[in-house]
Design a protein around this ligand. Structure first.
Ligand code: ARG
Length: 459
């Protein structure tokens, strides 16, 4: 057992208690952030004359050597220490002697861990944003290639009106673009440095908190020492944003699973992103999409865990907060994997354009356009709606579609139908006449695509 405290104790900690209390098993992944924070702290202590130049140098070099050696594999993180902070300080003292014992001057593990988590999370926010950018690029590429790939649009999972694959994917561009913007918002709010808050009430040393904040790329120091050590809002915000990312990925996955089904056959998922069955030789399953959909529940769970841990905590630090890490790390890792794999799967999907267009021609997706046609001939919309309703019923009985019905039979339902009805209800016309911004018509879509391309360029 290796711990940073003990002076006040007369008995050894019970072994089970020690293990239950220890966090090194999971906070060891904060090593790099812990060292970065310590280096900034020491540099500031040197500048303020709290440490000598020699001590500052020795500590800095010692810390650098620890990081190097862990990265090269020469030094293995010893999990008999209580946490990563204790491990680093102990190895440092072992390596450089007494100067190492001065590292923790004017600092508590409470502000130290608050800083480490913030540094780690800040990096994860940026990585997530980059992964989302890659996904958005793939979406834009597919949109560009499918401006006239017609497909049915659905409401209630029933065919509604025809649109294009580009338009359908544009909806996901909007979702993931909002997700990406949320990363920027979180960064903006979280980018303040808690180091220097001490255990909860600041310190008596003349620390220069602006300096440490600046050294680590923060906008400035946090302004209340109690909040600094007990705030995990930024994690909750990030996990909320990640939950929304997962919700979007899960909806998209659900559509991919439906499109991949034998009944639809709109797409073919690449072999590299599918798996087979151990018993049914004919199977090619959309496992990646299903797993992404499944892992969404897990990320929601991580968010709920964190919200629940925090809800009853009095100010300031409480050990409950150590529980933030496993939930947060699990969410970070899960979402990164999901975005990455989903992007690869989407990038390699083959769209069966013929099949999509054929499907769009069935199910009376042009019924609204037939009604609009009658409105163009002077029939009030409500009346036109009734006429086309009867027309659809007639077609269902005859097992045919509006565009395949002879004009004489249409005229029996309404004499306002003329030869030009066939152009008006063709698949192409139904889509291409929808030209208001945000609609699927090609001209409208091209304007929107130009905005999307710009979003990706501005980054
Ligand atoms: N392992 C702890 C955590 O993750 C570090 C802070 C410990 N502070 C303390 N007063 N016990 O929260």
């Amino acid at each position: 057992m290796a711990q940073l405290w003990g002076g006040r104790f007369t008995k050894e900690t019970d072994k089970l208690v020690y293990a239950f209390n220890a966090s090194i098993g999971f906070d060891k992944r904060l090593l790099r952030q812990d060292i970065e924070g310590s280096m900034a702290h020491v540099k500031m202590l040197g500048k303020q004359g709290i440490l000598t130049e020699k001590e500052t140098q020795e500590i800095t070099q010692g810390l650098a050597s620890i990081q190097e050696d862990v990265e090269s594999g020469e030094l293995v993180i010893d999990e008999s220490y209580e946490d990563i902070h204790s491990f680093v300080e102990a190895v440092l003292t072992e390596r450089i002697g007494d100067a190492g014992k001065k590292l923790h001057t004017g600092r508590s593990r409470n502000d130290q861990v608050a800083l480490d988590m913030r540094l780690y999370t800040r990096e994860q926010v940026l990585i997530t944003s980059e992964l989302l950018t890659e996904l958005l690029k793939v979406i834009v590429r597919i949109m560009e290639e499918n401006l006239d790939t017609y497909m049915p649009g659905f409401t209630h999972l029933q065919k509604a009106q025809p649109l294009t694959l580009a338009h359908h994917l544009g909806a996901y561009f909007e979702m993931f673009q909002r997700d990406r913007l949320r990363m920027g918002d979180i960064l903006e709010r979280m980018n303040f440095c808690p180091l220097g808050a001490g255990a909860l009430a600041g310190t008596t040393y003349p620390l220069d908190r602006d300096h440490t904040a600046q050294l680590m790329g923060f906008k400035g120091p946090t302004l209340n020492s109690m909040d600094s050590v007990s705030d995990r809002d930024y994690l909750i915000e990030f996990l909320s944003a990640l939950s929304i990312v997962m919700m979007h990925l899960s909806r998209f996955s659900e559509e991919i699973i439906i499109w991949n089904s034998d009944e639809y056959r709109f797409i073919e998922i690449d072999d590299a992103y599918s798996t087979g069955s151990s018993i049914m030789p004919q199977k090619k399953n959309p496992d990646i999409a299903e797993l992404v959909r499944g892992k969404t529940g897990r990320v929601y769970g991580d968010l709920m865990a964190l919200l629940t841990v925090m809800k009853g905590l009095p100010l300031a630090y409480n050990k409950d907060m150590q529980e933030d890490k496993e939930a947060a790390f699990d969410a970070f890792d899960t979402v990164k994997d999901c975005i990455l794999l989903f992007t690869g799967m989407l990038d390699t999907i083959k769209f069966r354009k013929e099949r999509m267009a054929q499907s769009a021609m069935k199910g009376f997706t042009n019924a609204t356009d037939a009604a609009d046609y009658l409105v163009g001939k002077g029939v009030p919309f409500r009346e036109a709606h009734g006429i086309v309703g009867r027309l659809v019923l007639y077609c269902i009985e005859k097992n045919t579609s509006i565009d395949a019905l002879p004009l004489e039979e249409m005229k029996e339902i309404s004499d306002r139908f003329e030869e030009d009805i066939y152009d008006a209800v063709s698949l192409k016309a139904c889509v291409e006449r929808r030209l208001t911004i945000g609609a699927p018509g090609r001209e409208a879509m091209e304007k929107v695509l130009a905005v999307y391309r710009q979003c990706l360029k501005d980054n």
